[in-house]
Ligand binder design. Structure first.
Ligand code: MG
Length: 217
């Protein structure tokens, strides 16, 4: 989709593009481009973006690159125990991400990704549950990218915890928004996207399942 009100971001440099392409994750190229353009539009020098749901760091490379370019920071938050659908026996389980204690453990993969992409100086890793961090967070945010748990409980908590921190003129970006239940789970649509619109956020861009919602200034 044309970028409309978004500023078009340049492509990732070759080495970072290779890292982002090779790391496991769920972010089609067109959505990654739109995510970088959202960052290019809303991140300001000295500003902060938050990502909920780091997994192995694919989207953090895209967001982190733009943060580095403008002189902002990215904080990426994940408990690193995998979301519901990534547990053993579920659709998105990856047995190579199970740690020695039998639990999912994606933090080492995230750290390796950020090291390979040379983004450890720009991306701050927080290994914690999103609502726990939201409970004490106070910095106004240029951009919040919610790509976390897909249950109603988690999506509702992510909205309640993080939408209030988006500064006026900033953006809430939501992944895995599927208005048609035939296309995917409904929690991001019902518990993030629709409440944001009801609260006055304005949709400025859609690409695949990615939605860019701006808080009016
Ligand atoms: Mg996602």
């Amino acid at each position: 989709m044309p970028l409309g009100r978004l500023t078009s971001a340049p492509p990732l440099p070759a080495e970072r593009a290779r890292v982002a392409d090779e790391v496991r994750g769920f972010l089609p190229g067109a959505e990654a481009d739109a995510l970088r353009s959202a960052a290019a539009t809303y991140l300001r020098p000295g500003g902060v973006a938050v990502e909920i749901g780091s997994y192995c760091g694919k989207s953090a490379v895209h967001l982190g690159h733009e943060a580095e370019r403008v002189g902002a920071r990215l904080v990426t938050i994940d408990h690193h125990r995998g979301s519901e659908e990534q547990q053993a026996g579920w659709e998105y389980h990856d047995a190579s991400l199970v740690g020695p204690d039998g639990r999912m453990e994606t933090l080492p993969f995230l750290r390796e990704t950020l090291a390979l992409a040379d983004l450890e100086g720009t991306v701050d890793v927080v290994a914690a549950r999103s609502p726990h961090v939201a409970s004490w967070w106070s910095t106004p945010l240029d951009l919040v990218f919610v790509d976390g748990g897909h249950t109603d409980e988690h999506a509702t908590a992510d909205y309640a915890g993080w939408a209030p921190h988006v500064r006026p003129g900033g953006a809430l970006v939501v992944h895995d928004v599927f208005p048609d239940p035939a296309d995917g789970g409904q929690a991001p649509y019902q518990c993030l996207y629709l409440p944001a619109l009801a609260d006055g956020f304005v949709e400025v861009h859609a690409e695949g399942s990615l939605r860019v919602l701006e808080r009016p200034a």
